[in-house]
Every structure is written in structure tokens, then in C-alpha cells.
Ligand binder design. Structure first.
Ligand code: MN
Length: 247
């Protein structure tokens, strides 16, 4: 069996001033999925992070920017799709900031889902105030299991998401908030993944970085009554279960 790795399944690694220095302070046994907001950013990061064994770059189309995508971004999405197993950040945002572009977001998300359907991709999904609609579109396109990142919707929709086979990635901000803890307690341990959403999540006065997954693993081991190695092993197993099987 391969050594279980610590995971940061949703980190905006390209947004740090010096991403590789940020990672250098981290134990070697961490795997970071570097999410992106646009295919042109994927292209830049895949070159920048080439040969970095700890990093997987995800192809993204973030709901807060897709309404402004020029056609070139969609050409790049199709072009780079075969280069990565990871798709993110994608999804919908119907919060007050996202609501005005709802129609464009839905169109874009459906476009993404058409591209990835049946291709064994692992999606990291943004679903703020749009959880039920995201689930509906995933189901309609037979896409999944996907990872709902930083889930903050109702527990009843969460039940439907879990019943459909999807997983959730949790971060230090959730661990520190009463609502986040409620969500975490609701997810079976076989469906939990770990993320930082750095640098957007804060840890005290600073930006979260991949090493801060430790906060989440410590929380999980307390919750599960096990040691940290057992928590790391469980989450890694959960992650492996999402990966496409070699044919
Ligand atoms: Mn994010």
C-alpha cells in the first residue's frame, strides 16, 4: 500500500506571493490540489509547477468570473481537459454578489459538466447559496462523485448530496465556526476530505497555507477518537475512492 498523504484538496496556490516557498515549509507528505479560476491560469500554473510532485493543478472556471470569459477561455478549457484529472474551482454562486450573473453561471457550469461527463474527473465545487441547483445539475449530467468545497448550505440538502454519493472538503474556518462544526458532524467520515482554501481562509491574522491542514486533521482525530495518523489514513482512503480506476 502506498504511504497515506496529507491532502489539501482546495488551495489557490498560485495566489501566494511565492507558492513554492509556501510549500517548502510543509512536510513532504502533503499533496496539494491547486485550484484555478480560469483555464488561462491553469495553463500558467501547469508550466510554473511542472515537475513539482506535491502539486496537482486543477482546471477551473470559477462562478464569480465565468460571466466575463472570452471565447478563448473555453477553447483552452477543451484543450487542457485531457491534461488533468482535477477540475476546479467550478460551480455556482447565488449569494448577493453572484446572483446578478446567475444565468451566465448556469450556462458555464453546464458547459463544464458536458465536458467532464464520463471522463473520470475529480471536481472541487463552489456552491454558495446554490447547493440544491449544483446537485441538480450534477445529477442531470451524471457527473460525480464530486467534492463540495466549504459546504455552508442546509443539512437537508447536504443529506441529498451525500445520498447522491458526493464528498465534502472541510477547512480551518469551518473547524472554528459553530455552523461549520455542525456541517462536519453531519458528514460520514468516509466522505470527508481536507482543504485550506488558502490564502482566502484566515488562520488568526495570516492567510491559511497548506501546512494548516494540520488544524483540520487534529480536529478530526479528536472528533473520531483516533490519532492523527489514523485520520490522515482515513481521509487519504476517501480521496483514493474518488479517483478513476485504471482500466
Ligand atoms: Mn476557493
Amino acid at each position: 500500500m502506498t504511504q497515506p498523504l496529507r491532502l489539501d484538496t482546495h488551495c489557490h496556490l498560485g495566489e501566494y506571493q511565492d507558492p513554492l516557498a509556501t510549500l517548502a515549509g510543509t512536510a513532504a507528505d502533503i499533496l496539494v490540489i491547486a485550484v484555478t479560476e480560469a483555464p488561462s491560469v491553469f495553463r500558467a500554473l501547469r508550466d510554473r509547477f511542472a515537475g513539482q510532485h506535491q502539486i496537482r493543478v486543477a482546471l477551473g472556471a470559477h462562478p464569480m468570473v465565468v460571466s466575463q470569459f472570452p471565447p478563448l477561455e473555453w477553447r483552452l478549457f477543451a484543450q487542457y481537459l485531457h491534461e488533468t484529472t482535477y477540475i476546479g474551482e467550478v460551480g455556482l454562486d447565488f449569494s448577493p454578489q453572484g446572483a446578478p450573473t446567475r444565468a451566465a453561471q448556469e450556462q458555464a457550469f453546464m458547459r463544464v459538466l458536458q465536458h467532464v461527463a464520463g471522463r473520470g474527473k475529480v471536481l472541487s465545487i463552489h456552491s454558495r447559496r446554490a447547493e440544491a441547483r449544483v446537485l441538480e445539475l450534477l445529477t442531470a449530467h451524471s457527473v460525480g462523485p464530486a467534492i463540495f468545497h466549504w459546504y455552508s448550505g442546509s443539512l437537508s440538502v447536504l443529506d441529498q448530496i451525500l445520498a447522491a454519493g458526493h464528498a465534502c472538503s472541510i477547512n480551518p474556518a469551518m473547524v472554528h465556526s459553530p455552523n461549520g462544526q455542525k456541517v462536519i458532524a453531519h458528514i460520514p467520515r468516509e466522505r470527508i476530505l481536507v482543504e485550506t482554501d488558502g490564502p482566502y481562509v484566515r488562520v488568526g491574522q495570516r492567510a491559511a497555507q497548506p501546512a494548516d491542514v494540520k488544524i483540520v486533521y487534529d480536529f478530526l482525530s479528536a472528533q473520531w477518537g483516533c490519532d492523527e495518523v489514523a485520520a490522515v489514513t482515513q481521509v487519504y482512503h476517501n480521496f483514493k475512492a474518488l479517483l478513476p480506476r485504471p482500466r
